[in-house]
Design a binder for this molecule. Structure first.
Ligand code: DP6
Length: 404
């Protein structure tokens, strides 16, 4: 069972990677801060790890004096409550397995300390929610080191709510659950990533002046002050979840896209209904919203959808056949800086020409440098073990390698 581990008596090391997910029915608001239990269910698309992922190495050794963690090259405080929750819960699962009499379980993690090293393959400065991939990867890697199975999404949920959805690939729902202990508040795959291969995702990284209010404190203020949020959670989301699951099952892009945009808009309306109000969308975000609606109106068809999380970046969902033209539209209306890196990263998109008719129908004044770059991607699989030992982020001394 020590398959993925380095052999050697006093050292166990495992490296895994985990994906980012982008919600199409948003999670916003907790009923329990400590356990991270939400006031409504949510649904997301797991993005492909070729473009966006977190990689984590966990080493476990009797020689380590204490638990330690390095994130993107910098040592961080391991005593943070959310990190402690994940470590405690995984050790608890390992302990249960041992007491259940499973002799093959490697229980070294119970008495031994761990060193954790984690990196993202995308810049943190891009303002992409990295906590979901980060906690999903941490929990998945710890579970492999300690040889535990079980409901891992319940564990990663306690690191960051949205992280529970990154435990699966494709289309994933987080069922809010009813119990006080949170055992029924877990993620479930609705459809695998292979279900809808034509679906494509564009992350439009918007240049932001300052760091927005974090989701944790933002949603706390919303729960305390917004009656619209209460109405949303009680009376809107339950029906929307059903419709969204149906749209995904049927690969009904129009239904999927309209629900996605409406749910993003309602989430941002609850932010505005929060007192004092929270603004996540900026001028560029609102231009993207207008652009999408004008594009769809021109074709009298919902070909493109937007969604926004707790920041100004737009995430676009569309189908393969529309990607080339829509990317060209974005380039035209948000002309990139000519110096500096590539404007389009990720899956290749061929350039195309836009008709004058389309440009006129959209009829907006181009805005230079509004969007820094585009990451082109699609739905992808859940966490995985990285088998190649040269990919370990920790060296044989248990400390981060140069590159990590
Ligand atoms: C707007 O999962 O980051 O992205 O549970 O406090 O860690 P915590 O919050 P987090 O919130 C994500 C909010 C969102 C919507 C979503 O992903 O569903």
């Amino acid at each position: 069972i020590k398959m993925h581990e380095d052999s050697g008596k006093e050292f166990t090391m495992v490296t895994c990677s985990a994906p980012v997910n982008i919600a199409v029915i948003k999670y916003w608001g907790k009923r329990d801060e400590e356990l991270i239990l939400p006031i409504n269910s949510s649904l997301s698309v797991t993005l492909h790890q070729d473009q966006l992922k977190t990689t984590t190495t966990v080493a476990c050794s009797r020689l380590f004096q204490e638990d330690r963690i390095w994130l993107n090259g910098k040592e961080e405080d391991i005593t943070q409550p959310r990190l402690q929750s994940c470590l405690r819960e995984i050790r608890c699962l390992a302990c249960k397995r041992r007491s259940d009499g499973e002799a093959d379980v490697d229980t070294a993690g119970l008495s031994h300390k761990v060193h954790i090293c984690s990196v993202n393959n995308f810049p943190t400065a891009a303002g992409l929610a990295s906590s979901a991939a980060g906690y999903a990867c941490l929990v998945y890697t710890l579970s492999r080191v300690m040889g535990v199975e079980g409901e891992l999404s319940v564990v990663s949920r306690q690191g960051s709510g949205s992280a529970c959805r990154s435990m699966y690939g494709g289309f994933v729902q987080w069922i809010m659950g009813q119990q006080g202990d949170g055992k029924d508040s877990l993620a479930q795959q609705v459809e695998p990533e292979t279900h809808w291969p034509e679906l494509r995702v564009l992350v439009l990284v918007v240049s932001a002046e300052r760091k927005p209010v974090g989701s944790t404190s933002g949603m706390q203020t919303s729960v305390e002050t917004s009656i619209l949020l209460k109405h949303r959670a009680d009376s809107v989301v339950p029906a929307r979840m059903k419709e969204m699951i149906e749209a995904v099952h049927k690969r009904d892009f129009t239904a999927f896209a309209e629900l996605t945009m409406k749910d993003s808009n309602q989430f941002h309306a609850t932010c505005l209904d929060t007192y004092p109000p929270i603004f996540y969308l900026n001028d560029v975000s609102r231009r993207v919203i207008n652009l999408v609606h004008r594009y769809n109106r021109h074709y009298r068809e919902t070909k493109v959808a937007y969604t926004f999380d707790a920041g100004p970046n737009a995430v676009i969902y569309t189908l393969q056949q529309n990607v080339e033209e829509f990317v060209q539209v974005v380039k035209y209306f948000f002309p990139p800086e000519t110096n500096g890196g590539q404007f389009l990263k990720g899956l290749p998109v061929a350039p195309t020409t836009l008709s004058e008719e389309l440009k006129q129908a959209i009829g907006m004044e181009p805005m230079v440098k509004g969007i820094c770059y585009i990451i082109s991607t699609k739905a992808g699989p859940g966490p995985r073990v990285v088998e190649d030992p040269s990919e370990h982020l920790l060296g044989s001394d248990g400390l981060p390698k140069e590159s990590a």
